[in-house]
Design a binder for this molecule. Structure first.
Ligand SMILES: [Cu+2]
Length: 380
């Protein structure tokens, strides 16, 4: 609904005609109309000749070093995920989960590439693991998002390559099959990838949009089982909670809904920081359940609610939807100092269940935007 022809990737007449000759006019025209025009397929030999870079993964809420506008042509971007089954505390009461993680964090690390780059993931499942794991990339094209090609037992590793053919932000998650798929996803085994257009983000008129900093907020629903006294049960090893979990999960009522792994992971001393005047990109992923981000005291200046950068962003939003199984992106330029809350605006989920973050913003107050005209006094 936000499609605007001015925002579609530029395809020169020459490249359009050569692509048309190579692939067939019908397909290319359809791709251009869908706003997802992409370079022609490469042979194995051509892919082997591409430049290769290694992207160092960093723990959320931070993103790996990246260029907003691609330098040069497509690359092969190598990333490495080591699976870690680890006990994590998820709230201030010390409640625990044996989390299933990529690289030890919930959510897993953000990958950032440009459209038509190739991601080459090495997935490692250490011998110390209890379970088999894999990965399904929503950004990829191919059976099970790579799930069948990456299913590995403890003590194994594998390598998957896929082309980032569509621009946007996309969820990835573990999907070992059957009830193990929701089990792994709701034990933290999910994350997101950002595929930027090669020439960067654009508004509805095709003008460049840039950001000064970016944060990755992974929203996670947990289903912790309780004992007869109503206390959350603590388990000794990963997957020991499996049958108890199934009963709680069947209620569709999470015990916790948190940002970045635990209640308070992004609040108080862990608050995100920004300065007035900075444009901040928030990438919000929810692999399992719908959400509705809202920045209390600010707005979404530019919002890609569905996560597709082939669509023009919506502007000036108060709250936006993230469908379960998707990521979305929003940019806001802070205009006032103070403490902002970035929440799932089902406020029960934010305040009682835990889906809230803080952004501490430095800067100079602007009385034009807001001022206290009269301090609270007795009614006269
Ligand atoms: Cu898994």
């Amino acid at each position: 609904m936000n499609n605007n022809t001015a925002n579609h990737p530029k395809v020169s007449r020459r490249s359009f005609l050569s692509s048309t000759a190579a692939v067939g006019a019908g397909l290319i025209v359809a791709d251009v109309i869908a706003g997802t025009a992409q370079a022609a397929p490469l042979s194995a030999k051509e892919i082997a000749a591409l430049p290769r870079i290694t992207q160092e993964m960093v723990a959320p809420p931070f993103l790996p070093k990246h260029d907003q506008v691609a330098k040069g042509g497509p690359k092969v971007v190598e990333v490495r995920f080591v699976i870690e089954e680890k006990k994590m505390v998820v709230d201030e009461d010390g409640s625990e989960i044996w989390a299933l993680t990529y690289n030890g964090s919930v959510p897993g690390p953000m990958i950032v590439v440009h459209q038509d780059d190739y991601i080459e993931l090495t997935l490692v499942n250490p011998a110390s693991s209890v379970l088999e794991h894999n990965i399904d990339f929503h950004a990829s094209t191919g059976a099970l998002g790579g799930g069948a090609l990456t299913l590995i037992s403890p003590g194994e590793e594998c390598v998957l390559r896929f082309r980032a053919s569509k621009p946007g932000v996309f969820v990835y998650h573990c999907a070992p099959g059957g009830v193990m798929t929701p089990y792994h996803v709701t034990h933290g085994m999910n994350g997101a990838i950002m595929v930027l257009p090669r020439d960067g983000l654009k508004d509805k008129d095709g003008k460049p949009i840039t950001y000064d900093k970016a944060f990755f907020v992974g929203e996670q629903d947990y289903y912790l089982p309780r004992d007869a006294e109503g206390e959350y049960i603590k388990y000794d090893v990963a997957a020991e909670d499996f049958s108890d979990y199934l009963e709680v999960a069947a209620t569709l009522t999470p015990s916790h809904i948190v940002f970045n792994g635990a209640v308070g992971a992004l609040t108080g001393d862990n608050a995100l920081t920004a300065k007035a005047g900075e444009a901040v990109l928030f990438i919000h992923a929810q692999a399992n359940r719908d959400s509705r981000p809202h920045l209390i005291g600010g707005h979404g200046d530019y919002v890609w609610s569905t996560g597709s950068f082939a669509d023009a962003p919506q502007i000036g939003l108060e709250t936006w939807m993230i469908a379960g199984g998707a990521a979305g992106a929003a940019i806001y330029t802070f205009k006032q100092p103070g403490l902002y809350a970035y929440v799932n605006h089902n406020l029960i989920e934010a305040i009682i269940k835990g889906a809230a973050a803080h952004v501490m913003v430095e800067g100079k107050w602007d009385d034009d935007l807001m001022m206290q005209v009269k301090k609270p006094t007795a009614i006269n």
